[in-house]
Design a protein around this ligand. Structure first.
Ligand code: GDP
Ligand code: MG
Ligand code: K
Length: 282
């Protein structure tokens, strides 16, 4: 029996625990509550001859290293690399939820997006060409309703397909979120140096370069023992200065804005707001 490790990653209240419960037959508490210790719940499921270990990770809006949740989720993704990440997003609030998706794309893990609360999107008469959105982001997308179990089979069919798709990547195509010429130039320069370091062969250097630009403490710690570190820090400082001067905003804002711009562009092509949002804007 093949065992597939699946990590549920998503914003708070996107329906991760509901999905976890319905898939694994668990009865974890669902809904708004805070103050619980940061940790993962492990559940099990059997489906189509596979054994799934499902990890319900804490909710996060991003993968920077600011909150305990963010640090925890990142460590889980890097140190216990799941076979497949299920990014649970709220389909009725894509603009915000897809930010985390772009950060997950930067890490370059095998991933499927569960477009959860799809019932709310449909009730609102909004329209989403999720196949095209998935193509634009390079990630397969499956509509789900965790409360009722709708779409869960399709979701795990996709998990299996991704798992079995060893190296062929016919379902996903590993796009890079384009952060604009100014930032991409710096990413390229930093990544080029890191690529020469064979001890980083298992890492996605593009991601490390991006996080170096953001002055990410966890990535700095990871790189600090490498021979090239002092050189990379020097290069990073010069590149950050150049970017901030050119774009007129601080580096983190600049990178976040490019991500939001990418999302807005993709949604413009694929999403038609429903009655609720139209009322709001007229
Ligand atoms: P988590 O914070 O990501 O673990 O989210 P929860 O599983 O706790 O769900 C948050 C709230 O959304 C709960 O009230 C759920 O009942 C509700 N919910 C979860 N999935 C769906 C869904 O697909 N559709 C709808 N309408 N509500 C959902
Ligand atoms: Mg939860
Ligand atoms: K919750």
């Amino acid at each position: 029996r093949k065992r597939i490790n699946v990590a549920l990653v998503g914003n708070p209240n996107s329906g991760k625990t509901s999905l976890f419960n319905i898939a694994s037959g668990s009865h974890e508490h669902v809904g708004n509550y805070s103050g619980v210790t940061v940790g993962a719940k492990l559940g099990h499921m059997r489906y189509k001859g596979y054994e799934f270990n499902i990890y319900d990770l804490p909710g996060t809006y991003a993968l920077s290293a600011y909150t305990p949740e963010e640090v925890y989720v990142r460590r889980q993704l890097f140190e216990h690399t799941p076979d497949v990440v299920v990014n649970v997003v709220t389909a009725s609030n894509l603009e915000r939820n897809l930010y985390l998706t772009t950060e997950l794309i930067d890490i370059n893990l095998r991933m499927v997006v569960a477009l959860n609360m799809y019932d709310e999107l449909q009730n609102d008469k909004a329209e989403l060409d999720y196949r095209l959105l998935g193509e634009l982001l390079g990630v397969p997308m499956v509509p789900t309703v965790s409360k009722t179990g709708k779409g869960i089979d399709e979701l795990f069919d996709t998990v299996i397909a991704l798992y079995e798709d060893n190296g062929q990547d016919t379902l996903s195509h590993h796009i890079h979120i384009n952060h604009g010429a100014c930032i991409e130039e710096s990413v390229g320069r930093l990544a080029a140096g890191m690529k020469k370091d064979s001890s980083l062969a298992n890492y996605h250097t593009r991601y490390l370069a991006l996080k170096m630009l953001e002055r990410d403490r966890e990535v700095e710690r990871l790189l600090s023992s490498r021979a090239g570190y002092a050189e990379w820090v020097g290069l990073r400082d010069r590149e950050v200065e150049r970017i901030e001067k050119e774009l007129g905003e601080d580096i983190e804002t600049a990178i976040a804005n490019e991500k939001y711009g990418f999302i807005a562009g993709a949604l413009k092509e694929t999403y038609t707001p429903g009655t609720h949002e139209k009322e709001k804007t007229t």
